[in-house]
Design a protein. Structure first.
Length: 395
């Protein structure tokens, strides 16, 4: 099969279920020997990227695994040297603002953005790198196809909900490059069929659902500690708990319920704040004494309201990624040198994508200062095991 290059991009407003779909596509494209370009942004970009990287890591550890990893399987164009908890390393991660064609990329971006004159300088860098995602390092090497996810499913006419991905779509449409938006139900259905076919050809040796779970729990700077954050043993090793709260004075489910049962002061601190969505991106806190040691509990307001049953069933995104980024920066500034413990904020009942959320947190708080716990998986032991039939399983 001839290698092709695909731009793999999209919106940050990505739920866990949609993240899993894009991760799977990235994994399969890498295993089929194709190349991807992306932009390192939270959400869709990250999920595609992590899927490709996960296959590459497996293949590099064991070259006998099925599939044909392309030597240049992934190019991630960053708008600056550091972006979204990544840094340009001259390999996979490229500082697009230092490419020889950067001035041409800015001119191209201006051509396809109606509000160019109103954009601050960094937003212009974000828009300019879209040209590289679609047209390559030299702006002369177009991708075969743009595969993306945005809430509106746009493929030609972009809307406000298309977000920054609209820039890549507009460039692609102008150059005659096909756009397949997985936010479009018909396109999604077609890709779900293709995924099943590709699984049978390139990934019949692996459980991709389990692989995604492993990527969520075991990749990145922070491995998930699969024990109870609220145990006395774990609390003895941290100075503060950060958890995701809603703006509606409700702590009746998930981690919050367990927290309030052990430390009712957390709810008292929450009730002392207004019941208002304007709290998004802020926090309330209280310091208690536990086993003779001060412990700060931080209610980080990362969603407007708790997920209702319909949202939980459908997997609708309830976590607010902008709020998560904002509140983590505030916490890091106000509580320097603390050791934090937290659940997988936003990735439980709020249906957020942890692959994205961990990068948002990592932008603000040094990873060595954080321990992440997943109380819902306390009894689970996740390991990768290679058996004699070259199958990878999760035990």
């Amino acid at each position: 099969m001839m290698s092709e290059t695909f731009a793999l991009v999209g919106s940050r407003r990505l739920s866990r279920n949609n993240s899993k779909l894009l991760f799977t596509i990235g994994f399969l494209l890498a295993s089929a020997g194709h190349k991807g370009t992306s932009g390192g942004a939270p959400g869709a970009d990250t999920s595609f990227e992590e899927g490709m990287l996960f296959y590459a890591n497996l293949k590099q550890k064991d070259p006998s695994l099925p599939g044909n990893l392309h030597p240049d399987f992934l190019s991630v164009y960053l708008p600056s040297f550091r972006f979204s908890n990544r840094k340009a390393d001259g390999g996979i991660y490229i500082n697009a603002s230092k490419l020889p064609v950067h001035k041409d990329a800015l001119l191209l971006a201006e051509q396809f953005h109606g509000g160019w004159q109103y954009l601050p300088d960094f937003a212009r860098l974000l828009m300019a790198r879209n040209g590289n995602q679609v047209l390559g390092d030299d702006l002369l090497s177009p991708v075969s196809r743009v595969i993306c996810w945005t809430p509106d499913g746009a493929m030609k006419e972009t809307t406000r909900d298309t977000g920054g991905t609209g820039q890549a779509i507009r460039i692609a449409v102008d150059r005659g490059i096909p756009v397949h938006n997985l936010g479009n139900p018909d396109i999604r259905a077609r890709y779900e069929q293709r995924i099943e076919t590709m699984k049978s050809v390139f990934a019949n040796w692996v459980d991709l659902d389990a692989i995604y779970d492993t990527a969520v729990h075991e990749t990145g700077a922070n491995m998930i500690n699969q024990s109870n954050l609220l145990s006395d043993e774990n609390l003895a090793n941290i100075d503060a708990i950060i958890h995701g709260a809603n703006c509606a004075h409700t702590m009746g489910a998930g981690f919050a319920r367990q927290l309030v049962k052990k430390f009712p002061q957390a709810l008292e601190a929450d009730l002392a704040t207004p019941k208002s969505p304007r709290k998004l991106g802020t926090y309330s806190s209280v310091t208690v004494e536990h086993k003779g040691k001060p412990l700060t509990i931080i209610n980080a307001y990362t969603q407007k309201a708790p997920a209702n049953k319909a949202q939980q069933r459908s997997g609708e995104l309830v976590a607010d990624y902008d709020a998560i980024r904002k509140v983590m920066k505030a916490i890091a500034k106000d509580h320097p040198n603390k050791k934090f413990g937290m659940p997988m904020i936003g990735a439980g009942l709020a249906n957020g994508c942890w692959l994205t959320i961990r990068n948002l947190i990592g932008e603000s708080i040094p990873t060595q200062s954080i321990q992440v716990f997943d109380i819902s998986r306390m009894e689970r032991n996740i390991t990768l095991n290679h058996d004699s039939t070259n199958q990878i399983k999760l035990l």
